[in-house]
Design a protein around this ligand. Structure first.
Ligand code: ADP
Ligand code: MG
Length: 212
């Protein structure tokens, strides 16, 4: 049987040490199924109910694949709401605690642009944000996604329900084609399949049923 311990994955020593200090020893089912694929660079559609540990699945993937000495935006996580973006940033910062010099920046609406312009000038490895504000920054030329290597759509079903499809298309078009794209969702409506077909390449689907 496949081991479900984080220690069975090819993770950096600092990441494993930090996970242990957070009391994360065993992967949750969605983490065990998706993380090996994410670490290998594959495009993934991951579906599992709320509370199943999806944030750490893509978060550990992101933090393991970014190249810290290359100081440019390599990862972008899009979330449907400011509250969710704040939660994701918080979890990413917890996961990144023992990895030196990783910069994570949150860009959401409802707050002034000024400080965000300043933060963008200082740079970041990973940006977490809501589609509207990310699109605003792209339009103003304050955000450059040309170095992006990983794009994560978190709660993709909710973002589509909320009418972000057109915004997402514009944002995706501003990123390199050869990026890795991860779609995380609690449900799998036909709109997710359509979205996947237009933004992912040879994606693999991992699904953890609510009954598991
Ligand atoms: P989802 O995005 O699937 O709704 P979250 O990523 O918010 O779920 O995770 C739910 C909770 O589980 C969080 O409090 C998180 O800290 C915790 N968690 C995630 N992965 C693990 C793990 N492998 N071991 C223990 N706790 C975990
Ligand atoms: Mg989540």
């Amino acid at each position: 049987m496949k081991s479900t311990l984080f220690a069975s994955l090819p993770l950096k020593a600092a990441m494993l040490k930090n996970l242990a200090s957070l009391d994360y020893h065993e992967m949750t089912p969605i983490q065990a199924d998706s993380l090996p694929l994410i670490l290998s660079g594959t495009d993934v559609i991951a579906q599992a109910k709320t509370g199943s540990g999806k944030t750490a699945a893509f978060g550990i993937g992101l933090l393991s694949r970014i190249v810290v000495p290359r100081f440019c935006i390599q990862g972008l996580v899009l979330c449907p709401t400011r509250e969710l973006a704040d939660q994701v940033s918080k979890e990413l910062r917890r996961l990144a605690r023992l990895i030196e010099n990783v910069k994570i920046l949150t860009l959401c609406g409802g707050v002034p642009f000024g400080p965000q312009f300043g933060s963008l000038e200082h740079g970041a490895h990973i940006v977490v944000g809501t589609p509207g504000r990310i699109l605003d920054h792209l339009g103003r030329g304050s955000l450059d996604l040309k170095s992006l290597r990983m794009l994560v759509l978190d709660e993709a079903d909710r973002m589509l329900d909320m009418g972000f499809k057109d915004d997402l298309d514009v944002i995706v078009a501003a990123t390199p084609r050869n990026r890795q794209t991860l779609l995380f969702s609690a449900t799998y409506p036909p709109s997710i399949a359509t979205m996947s077909a237009s933004i992912q390449q040879h994606p693999l689907t991992v699904k953890v049923d609510a009954t598991h």
